[in-house]
Design a protein around this ligand. Structure first.
Ligand code: S3P
Length: 424
């Protein structure tokens, strides 16, 4: 698909439901003591993996992803292996969920997921008493679940998937599980659990969990900030744009990207309405002519992990140098996102320097255009599609199907914006 530059943008959009929250509401409502009602789940490939696995394991669902009733059931061993597709969240959270279930379960994934590190969850879950076997600490995982004991665990890497996997196991373990050293990664699991009245206590970087009876959920999932971030980037980099995005989740552990953009002088405005279990709000982003390059503050990295690639594009347009370091987790996402960004930035005529744990880029460069290789990574496809709209000559994307992982309507929203632009 070729994405060509557009002249003027005035748009109000909504983005699909949050991916992380959808995975968690599906899993946690399956563990509740009664039926839950969930509205507006993300209907995309990744979240469907979690849904399908739970269904195979015996959980009952009524309705569809706009309104879903979840009826918890006792989980029983099943013979067939469980497919996680491209979804790291499904793989790591389901491992924590299955660790306490009697029986043998097999989880496997697609080519990308089969390359991603699983030692991070195998180690603590085995310490708790599960028996997880793997191929070189990668998928497939063979999980022999059963009775678990609590552990005290210091997180070796900042990962919400790791934290959530241990929490899910901790909810079924004997004794009190303690997780230390979380660097402020997304806290949707903790928020939902508090909302469900779980035995969970959070103090600074210490989380304590005990066996819990979970109250059912009745909750509407807000829009995904990570999906919004592509259109925020479009608005600030385009020479004549204003985009308003409504009903987005603005949990403080997710909006590091907004904080970084404020430091870069972007024209953005946002309003946060506190509500339980998740804050919601609106964002208005506009053409930003005074962007300045910065060194990305290390402490904001976990809160902007999925948005970090976009900073390469923004850095290319800002005044001065933008430097991202200490972000080596990007190398083990759906693709090696440092390599995917560097190669594709070069493909569209931009100079950028690769670092082992990030990149360095001088500003005031032209985005000429060219051909992109997405490596089947949804966020790379969406990032460079946005780049096409602000390029000089347009950008050709090799494969667009990956957007179905998190944002199936992405090109519909983008084409609407482009069509409106032609009318003005
Ligand atoms: C996610 C956590 C992040 C993020 C991913 C979704 C989650 O991964 O990159 O897209 O839902 O917990 P890590 O926790 O591995 O950093």
């Amino acid at each position: 698909m070729k994405i060509k530059p557009i002249r003027k943008i005035r748009a109000k959009i909504i983005v699909p439901a949050d991916k992380s929250i959808t995975h968690r509401t599906l899993i946690l409502s399956s563990m509740a003591k009664n039926e839950s009602i969930i509205y507006n789940l993300l209907n995309a490939n990744d979240t469907k993996r979690t849904y399908n696995i739970l269904k195979k394991l015996g959980v009952k669902f009524k309705g569809d992803f706009s309104k879903l009733i979840v009826i918890p059931k006792n989980i029983k061993e099943i013979e067939s292996p469980l497919y996680c597709g491209n979804s790291g969240t499904t793989a790591r959270l389901m491992s924590g969920f299955l660790a306490s279930k009697n029986g043998l379960f097999i989880l496997y994934g697609d080519t990308s997921l089969s390359k991603r590190p699983m030692k991070r969850i195998i180690e603590p879950l085995n310490l708790m008493g599960a028996e997880i076997k793997s191929r070189n600490e990668r998928m497939p995982l063979i999980i022999k679940g059963g009775e678990l004991k609590s552990i005290e665990y210091e997180m070796p890497i900042p990962s919400a998937q790791l934290k959530s996997s241990i929490i899910l196991a901790g909810l079924k373990a004997n004794g009190e599980t303690i997780i230390k050293g979380d660097k402020g990664t997304r806290d949707h699991t903790e928020r939902l659990l508090k909302f469900m009245n779980a035995n969970i206590e959070i103090k600074k970087d210490l989380i304590r969990i005990r066996k819990s009876d979970l109250e059912p959920l009745n909750f509407k999932i807000p829009g995904d900030f990570s999906s919004a971030s592509f259109f925020i980037t479009l608005a600030i980099l385009h020479r004549n744009a204003k985009i308003e995005i409504n009903n987005v989740n603005l949990n403080h552990t997710r909006i590091g990207f907004l904080k970084i953009l404020e430091k870069m002088n972007a024209n953005i405005y946002y309003e946060i309405h506190e509500s339980e279990p998740e804050p919601i709000g609106k964002i208005i982003a506009e053409t930003s002519n005074d962007l300045k390059g910065i060194v990305i503050p290390e402490k904001l990295i976990p809160n902007a992990i999925d948005e970090l690639p976009l900073l390469a594009l923004i850095g290319a347009k800002a005044q001065g140098k933008t430097v991202l370091k200490k972000a080596k987790e990007l190398r083990v996402k759906e693709s090696d996102r440092i390599t995917s960004v560097i190669e594709n930035m070069k493909n569209i005529g931009i100079n950028i320097k690769e670092l082992k744990d990030g990149f360095e880029i001088e500003g005031k460069q032209k985005i000429i255009g060219g051909k992109i290789k997405t490596y089947n990574d949804h966020r790379i496809a969406m990032m460079f599609s946005i780049a096409g709209l602000i390029s000089e000559e347009g950008i050709e994307i090799d494969n667009t199907v990956s957007v179905n992982i998190s944002f199936p309507e992405f090109y519909k929203v983008l084409l609407n914006i482009a069509d409106e632009s032609k009318k003005t």
